[in-house]
Design a protein around this ligand. Structure first.
Ligand SMILES: [Zn+2]
Length: 735
């Protein structure tokens, strides 16, 4: 924390109503690794207010200890104190009696050699606090407080007020003084979702400073929203850094961890959160509705893009957190296992979570114990040092958060999930093509980050700053290959339209108008042969994207002549009635895709949203087109990781402390995109070729789920082996 923010924080902590003056904030973690950096298993029992009446501490600690946990999260306080607190308006559990439940749990946890993290909740408080400290609470426009929608006797606290700086700090200090805790976690805050707009006196001061109250919904076209977004992020980071400071007053190796998550659908800037967080916890406990199974792995990739090997946990709900949700029954075991497996495969630490100290359903216990015991038995192979991937996918956070457009294209982003569909379509094609890839955050496009990747893939990053564009241009100039789609770089980072693409010189195109669509029954015509189109024997047409930017080819940044377009646009024509279904303009010169080669660098620009259209339509042709394009971009050299076999798998490859690990997640399942996994459908053997560091000699290859050694060959730096049939998940360790 800088001197400025520390002073402001202390001023606020002493009860003043000063709103933090926003400054830069400290980011450096200690040089030697803190305890949570080596944590690999984590669990949480989430107590309810009534639990002090009946909680059997010994049997619970026995259970968690049987999972070989490094750290256990247990309720300290916040909404409800589970110990006899002396902090005014810190509500003691009304069932606490003479018990010090947190104290009992703390002693028992530490006696079994587990780290203890106090689980806190900073988001609600009781009516007596509301009466005594009206300035602690969020307000509606009419000044009324905001009760919880179900537990209506609780009121929402405001992050901009002294509840966060003074009251929570006082509670942390009291717990730190009385109990041997190793860290603090706050439920529900800050999250990566939408900003809250509140009208309390503290927020009015913030609005005064930025020139008025912001809109209540995400609207990056509004100048007030833009200012509020920055003010909001600054406050979150000031509070986070302030709490980190408070919890380390008594113990230098303690840690504060906030609650993040959101998978690929984030509004708050995760790059900035990652700079302040010592530990990134993703509260991404499960899926519902039509969410694809790989939602958890995506969470891992987003978090890795900003934490870069530092501590990340992901919560797995052992209860049935579907929609509707059931807090007190067990989720389908196969689903839980696959969620834990994705957490581990993507380099996060699993955090297994149950609610309530007196469960009437205990089926979840063995699901967690089985996975965690296996994890513990193979722990060294989950100590990753870096990922092995030759492809980078740009995580287009601003586009996902803010992408909207006015006029004819206004449908885009109306349903917010749609802004993630470009990434989702590319992602599914990469799974089908079995590529090893990493996410890179759009705010981390430095050459140090990008130089190790052969290609950068950009799924419609419509909102990019001039600086983002400059970094991408430099990557290409340095020999990097690039895929970009649709409106990539068409707008500034806040969504102001540019007169042309920010990267038009790189793509080799000029926009000739606004985006066209959504329109079905349009096509891409194969107008000239190209290696990416060799799988399309027997057809002159490929499905057209639902939306496209009309473009013409232009000379490129390097001064080369306008590139050729092997795919050209066949504009939409009626799909009904059948008598009317014939092309009115069967041939045009309008490029649907531009491919260029410039030394080592290969470039592919698609004028349409082929990624999003592929996802929404399920078109196999569009997925194949993306896959063949990525293969062409990567070049002819041996991929770092290649896995051939049947099934839909996601793969992660890591350099580990003992060697290397190849993770295979088996998604081949009728419930891959809807409903919980009921069971697994094993896939047959997988032939793998894995590139190790030059000169590295591999002595053993072992399948950790199957628990057996594999035969292998090594030819130079390429190790070849056949992974056995994969039931749910397999990890092949190369040492
Ligand atoms: Zn407020």
């Amino acid at each position: 924390m800088t001197e400025m923010t520390r002073r402001t924080f202390l001023a606020a902590s002493s009860g003043s109503l000063v709103i933090a003056a926003f400054g830069s904030r400290g980011t450096a973690a200690p040089a030697d690794r803190p305890w949570y950096a080596t944590m690999r298993r984590c669990g949480q029992l989430n107590l309810n207010e009534r639990d002090p009446l009946t909680l059997d501490v010994a049997s619970w600690i026995d259970y968690w200890s049987s999972l070989k946990l490094d750290a256990l999260l247990l309720n300290g306080g916040g909404i409800v104190a589970f110990y006899p607190t002396d902090v005014p308006y810190h509500h003691r559990s009304e069932f606490l009696g003479s018990r010090d439940l947190f104290g009992e749990l703390a002693s028992a946890t530490k006696a079994r050699g587990m780290r203890l993290v106090a689980r806190m909740d900073c988001n609600y408080a009781y009516e007596d606090a509301l009466k005594a400290h009206p300035e602690w609470f969020e307000r509606n426009r009419d000044g009324s407080p905001r009760p919880h929608n179900e537990s209506t006797w609780l009121y929402k606290t405001c992050m901009f007020g002294p509840y966060f700086t003074a009251q929570m700090a006082a509670i942390y200090r009291e717990i730190n003084k009385r109990y041997p805790v190793d860290g603090f976690f706050t439920n529900g805050w800050p999250s990566t979702g939408d900003l809250t707009v509140c009208y309390c006196e503290n927020c009015q001061k913030v609005y005064g400073a930025i020139g008025g109250a912001p809109p209540e919904r995400v609207d990056a076209s509004d100048a007030g929203y833009r200012k509020y977004y920055d003010a909001y992020m600054n406050r979150v980071l000031d509070v986070w850094a302030g709490w980190q400071k408070v919890v380390t007053e008594a113990r230098a190796d303690s840690v504060y961890v906030g609650n993040l998550g959101g998978g690929i659908r984030t509004v708050k800037n995760v790059k900035r959160l990652g700079e302040t967080a010592h530990w990134f916890n993703a509260d991404h406990q499960g899926r519902a509705g039509d969410t694809a199974i790989w939602d958890c792995a995506q969470q891992g990739r987003v978090a890795q893009s900003v934490m870069k090997g530092r501590t990340i946990t992901n919560v797995t709900g052992a209860y049935s957190n579907s929609r509707p949700t059931w807090r007190h029954v067990t989720k389908a075991p196969a689903e839980t296992t696959m969620w834990l497996a994705q957490t581990a495969a993507s380099g996060m630490v699993p955090w297994f979570h149950w609610l309530g100290g007196a469960p009437e359903d205990t089926r979840w216990k063995e699901v967690g114990r089985e996975f965690f015991t296996w994890l513990a038995n193979n722990e060294p192979h989950f100590r990753n040092t870096r990922s092995i991937a030759d492809i980078a996918v740009l995580y287009p956070q601003r586009t996902i958060a803010f992408y909207r457009s006015s006029g004819a294209g206004a449908w885009r982003g109306v349903e917010r999930a749609q802004t993630a569909d470009y990434l989702q379509g590319l992602y599914y094609a990469l799974l089908e093509g079995r590529f090893a890839f990493d996410f890179v955050h759009e705010d981390d496009l430095r050459s140090e980050t990008l130089q190790r990747y052969r290609a950068l893939l950009i799924p419609n990053a419509a909102y990019l700053s001039d600086d983002h564009c400059r970094q991408i241009r430099e990557y290409v100039a340095g020999g990097g290959s690039l895929l970009a789609t649709f409106e990539t770089s068409r707008y500034s980072e806040w969504g102001d339209a540019r007169s042309d693409f920010g990267l038009g010189d790189v793509f080799g195109v000029t926009a000739t108008g606004a985006a066209i669509g959504p329109l079905g029954n349009s096509y891409m015509r194969i107008s000239a042969p190209h290696v990416t189109l060799k799988d399309f024997n027997g057809t002159a047409l490929v499905p057209g994207p639902e939306n496209r930017v009309p473009v013409r080819a232009r000379s490129t940044a390097s001064g080369r002549a306008a590139p050729q377009a092997p795919l050209t646009v066949v504009p939409n024509y009626p799909a009904f009635p059948p008598e009317m279904v014939f092309p009115r303009t069967p041939r045009t010169d309008e490029p649907a895709a531009i491919f260029q080669e410039n030394g080592r660098s290969r470039l592919a620009y698609f004028a349409g949203d082929i990624d999003r259209t592929s996802w929404r339509s399920g078109s196999t042709d569009l997925s194949l087109l993306i896959q063949s394009t990525v293969r062409w971009l990567r070049g002819d050299a041996q991929p770092l990781v290649a896995v051939d076999g049947d099934g839909v798998v996601e793969l992660f490859a890591w350099e580990t402390e003992p060697g290397y690990a190849l993770h295979l997640l088996n998604y081949t399942n009728p419930n891959m995109t809807r409903g919980f996994f009921r069971r697994f459908y094993p896939i047959g053997p997988q032939k793998a070729a894995f590139t190790v560091a030059r000169g590295k000699k591999i002595a053993a290859v072992r399948a950790l789920r199957a628990a057996r050694a594999l035969s292998f060959t090594q030819d130079g730096d390429v190790v070849r082996f056949e992974a056995p049939a994969v039931n749910d998940y397999e990890v092949i360790a190369l040492t």
